[in-house]
Design a binder for this molecule. Structure first.
Ligand SMILES: C[S@@+](CC[C@H](N)C(=O)[O-])C[C@H]1O[C@@H](n2cnc3c(N)ncnc32)[C@H](O)[C@@H]1O
Length: 451
């Protein structure tokens, strides 16, 4: 039986505990908040949104918070409703904008700036050839990028469960953890800093729908079915999505021979549900978001992938537990798959992964969390101008100590245990300064220079 250990985190989203690793998948402070702050806020989405497409590689998708936060942010910011609101807001703030922009609801988007071949009107309200002067800029005839997401995780059940997971639950119950993990329990009971955020139902539906079309075995997977239909876990799942799932499932078995499932789903989606949701959602046409799920080892997926990504989210378990996704060779592959101005984001600040990234060719920097006023992750790019918060002298020095010895996985096929063992041996025989000595020296030097 599949091990499934959910709990509510402080922002009302669901977190998971992994018994095998005795570790949690998500921050107890808020699974969704963490995803948003580490993988969405540091990205300059305004600069991506007018490209032809935005390609995202979500490595270690799990129950999908990073992808969902990203889509949710885009849908909220660039929804038709907000677009119109922002447009009128801008109009009121700027003396007058005389423009031949037409707000046709579909093809334009107001952004912080307006670039335009504006034609002004003179006092008599006639058009003049002068260009309107305004301190803002409007882009005209813009279309939004097509979004393509490749989600990778070898745990099929988790990925199937992802669209069903509830977010934004208020008054969550902390006491029903069915595993013994006192530290999590303690943090969960601390209700400070609660940030209630919610993922739109439509996004969960979109993801469910794509999974159902591309991986129709979701309807027959017994582990998945027993979890999603179990009363024990009912409070963690969204009834609405479950309703749609059951509708699909019953319809398939009533009307369609098993081997026609994908075609059947495709038809349901396009003839009925797609249009209905499009009307309700009133944002990005849903067809402009492509979501592909790969249930395989991320190393194999990347080797067989030909895309160049604008964004790579790397959310693997900590390097000391899952080094195969933090090795120098894996970063070299990721480097090949990143667009020239793309960014790779991760929560880890470990010296060994930063050293491996640099060795693979990346420029790297810190991810700054404004709410906590501290650095909470690493951003990497081929383009130095994407790095806002460079590493300090101390951080760079640390990379040269034993802490900066990176994991190796020459053929991208080694087991985690073997990778850890090989690194331990390398650290043992290394002539580098140990990180603890470095920290001690650095502190002393720092004291000397300030006294
Ligand atoms: C910290 S969790 C990620 C949480 C996730 N981003 C979310 O929003 O739920 C790490 C994930 O890595 C996956 N994983 C571990 N090793 C992997 C590998 N070699 N290839 C693909 N996925 C892997 C696990 O199944 C797990 O879901």
């Amino acid at each position: 039986m599949y091990d499934f250990h959910p709990y509510f985190t402080n922002d009302g989203s669901v977190g998971l505990y992994n018994k095998e690793f005795n570790d949690i998948y998500h921050s107890a402070d808020g699974a969704l908040t963490e995803a948003f702050e580490k993988f969405v806020l540091p990205v300059n989405i305004d600069s991506l949104i007018h490209k032809d497409s935005i390609k995202v590689l979500d490595l270690c998708y799990g129950i999908g918070y990073n992808t969902k936060s990203f889509l949710n942010f885009i849908f909220e910011k660039y929804s038709e409703r907000n677009f119109i609101k922002n447009f009128y807001h801008a109009k009121n703030n700027i003396e007058t904008i005389h423009t031949n922009n037409i707000l046709d609801n579909k093809n334009q988007i107001y952004n912080e700036q307006i670039y335009t071949n504006n034609i002004s009107r003179d006092k008599e309200n006639n058009f003049t050839s002068e260009h309107a002067t305004c301190n803002k800029t409007i882009y005209t005839n813009n279309t939004l990028a097509k979004i393509y997401i490749k989600a990778v995780d070898y745990d099929k059940i988790l990925t199937f469960l992802s669209p069903f997971i509830k977010t934004g639950v208020k008054g969550v119950k902390f006491q029903n953890l069915d595993f013994d993990y006192k530290p999590v329990d303690r943090i969960l009971k601390n209700k400070e800093n609660i940030l209630h955020r919610k993922i739109k139902n439509e996004i969960n539906f979109l993801i469910f729908d794509k999974i159902a079309q591309n991986t129709p075995e979701i309807f027959d997977n017994s582990d998945f079915l027993s979890i999603v239909n179990s009363e024990k876990y009912a409070e963690y799942f969204d009834k609405h999505i479950k309703g749609i799932f059951n509708f699909y499932r019953n319809s398939i078995y009533k009307y369609t021979p098993m081997d026609n499932k994908p075609a059947f789903l495709h038809n349901i989606y396009y003839r009925h549900i797609s249009n209905c949701y499009k009307r309700r959602l009133k944002v990005y046409p849903l067809n402009d978001v492509d979501f592909e799920l790969k249930n395989n080892d991320a190393r194999q997926v990347i080797i067989n992938d030909n895309n160049l990504y604008n964004l790579i989210f790397l959310d693997a378990f900590t390097p000391s537990k899952c080094p195969c996704l933090w090795s120098y060779e894996f970063f070299k592959e990721l480097y090949k798959h990143l667009a020239p101005d793309g960014t790779l984001l991760t929560y880890s600040t470990s010296a060994s992964i930063r050293a491996a990234m640099m060795e693979a060719g990346f420029f790297i920097g810190n991810i700054y969390n404004k709410r906590e006023n501290k650095f909470t992750g690493t951003i990497a790019s081929k383009d130095k101008s994407q790095i806002k918060y460079e590493l300090s002298e101390y951080d760079l020095g640390l990379l040269k100590t034993t802490a900066g010895i990176f994991y190796r996985d020459k053929n991208l096929t080694a087991q985690n245990e073997a990778i850890i063992e090989a690194r331990n041996q390398e650290v043992k025989s290394s002539t580098r300064l140990s990180s603890s000595k470095y920290k001690k020296y650095y502190k002393q030097e720092d004291l000397c220079s300030t006294t």
